[in-house]
Write a protein that binds this ligand. Structure first.
Ligand code: NAP
Length: 224
């Protein structure tokens, strides 16, 4: 049986971009939303673009958690905690949560190139607190712009993957490498997500200063 990858908030640019790329790579994807109809509409649009053989379904967010082995969280920081609290009863042991949330100051009316302080250290560590301990958490995809995902070409960037769990790190790494052109880089423990999340604010600032759209990062000197 093929695994299902569920995307909470899969109707937004980041979630639908990842959904399209993974479905194009042959993965079975379930687009999630607070509203099942909105999820269905996004999945329909993506299937129309990718072809009818695409393994793309849709469901509301609780049903996504109820049926997917791997769940990717792509909602704004302002909605992250409340959504994870609402979804807590739906998780099963052994599932994997991959968090992409960036706590940008823009969430509370600040600059998009600044970060909010999160008591736990990062949005990913906040997510770790809000799902059952039997669910493994990884943080990844923060530095991949939705604009790049929406295009069909190669994704020219490194993707840092942070986790305290070997399997979650391996699965997030595998999914990162399903994005053509992207390279997954082991970012260490989940606590390093605070550094990785903040790189996104820097990238947004670079986009603004250089009038670019999808600045990314590449590490040199790695034996990969
Ligand atoms: N955009 C990028 O380039 C980019 C790059 C890297 C990382 N990220 C991160 O990825 C996440 C999603 O980014 P995005 O640009 O796709 O965000 P978005 O368009 O603002 O939101 C994505 C989806 O989240 C759901 N949502 C919105 N508010 C919510 C709330 N209060 N509670 C629960 N769900 C809510 C909505 O889906 P429904 O209304 O259908 O439920 C929406 O379509 C963010 O945390 C962002 O920091 C984004």
């Amino acid at each position: 049986m093929t695994r299902k990858i569920g995307i909470l908030g899969g109707t937004g640019p980041e979630g639908s971009g990842l959904a399209a790329r993974w479905a194009a790579a042959g993965e079975h994807v379930v687009v999630g939303s607070r509203d099942a109809n909105r999820a269905a509409e996004t999945a329909k649009l993506l299937r129309a673009r990718l072809g009818s053989n695409t393994k793309m379904e849709s469901a509301d967010n609780p049903a996504v958690v109820g049926q997917c082995e791997v769940v990717v969280l792509t909602v704004p920081f302002t909605g992250q905690a409340a959504l994870l609290k609402q979804l807590k009863p739906y998780w099963r042991p052994g599932q994997i949560l991959i968090d992409t949330t960036v706590p940008l100051a823009a969430a509370v009316g600040g600059a998009p190139s600044r970060m909010l302080g999160v008591w736990q250290g990062s949005a990913a560590q906040l997510a770790r607190e809000l799902v059952p301990e039997s669910v493994a958490v990884a943080a990844a995809f923060h530095n991949v712009s939705a604009e790049l995902l929406a295009q069909t070409g190669s994704i020219d960037c490194d993707i840092l993957v942070c986790s305290d769990d070997d399997l979650a790190k391996r699965v997030a790494t595998e999914l990162a490498e399903k994005l053509p052109g992207a390279r997954a880089v082991n970012g260490g423990k989940l606590e390093n997500a605070r550094i990785v999340e903040s790189i996104t604010a820097l990238l947004i600032g670079l986009n603004i200063r250089y009038k670019a759209h999808s600045v990314g990062i590449r590490f040199t000197g790695l034996p990969l």
